[in-house]
Write a protein that binds this ligand. Sequence first.
Ligand code: HEM
Length: 258
Amino acid sequence: METIINDRLAKRSSKKAAAGNDDEDLLGVLLNLKDTDDLGFTEIKAVILVSHMDMFLAGSDTWTITVEWAMSELMKHPRVMEKAQREVRKVFNGKGCVVDEASIDRLQYLQLVLKETLRLHPPGPLAIPRESKETVMVNGYKILAKTRVFVNLWAINRDPHHWTQPEVFEPERFLNSSVDFRGTDFHYLPFGAGRRMCPGMHYGLALAYLSLANLIYHFDWKLPHQMKPEDLDMSERFGIEVKRQKNLILIPAPYHPR
Ligand code: HEM
């Protein structure tokens, strides 16, 4: 990392990226601060390390876990797979078979599938911990000031007070419903809510839609060893992220539109 910082400093001194105007990326911005504020090399390295860890961990695992759960649910529910696949192929067959971002918003049913996947399988089951500023009562519980609170998004998304048959995968439950990802419906919070809500939501959703649409457009999928959909193991491995307990193993057959 030191080599990268030194290279950048050398470039700045050659006036290509004049100090103070170097705001192309995070490193440039931090070096500008070093020029004007009390920011040393150690702090710069720490900020870069932590923010990259944040972005890489939060940015890569989350949406891939979501795609894996979505594929699992589609395999478990052939009716839903058929409907989603029909929609994707209808939209993209007329577009030279290229599944691109431009037409993703026409995949209305796939959006319901992803909403329902994120309800049952939010990759981050717990929101970032919060600390109460003052003593408050919540649902009859007294929460003292300065208490560290963990909000269980996973449990909220399955709360039987808000969802009928919460354990059932039913994308149609979101049809004609205004509930969405923005963190304003407090019974559905796959991306959290408030100030610390996920900043990568739109990016993560775009990646998930695009990958899923490509997977189900280009391939027909089968379970191995004549396994029946009802036998597919959906156990979760609980942790900071909720992944599948066992890898999802599927057999693809390429789809060739006539
Ligand atoms: C399907 C995809 C994703 C889901 C379900 C998801 C979910 C979440 C959740 C639940 C939180 C905690 C929010 C809270 O406590 O209120 C969070 C935080 C965060 N997410 Fe995501 N995320 C996704 C994709 C991404 C991507 C693609 C990025 C970056 C490129 C990203 C970056 C972050 C960061 C940096 C935080 C911490 C925010 C903070 O500390 O204030 N996420 N995410």
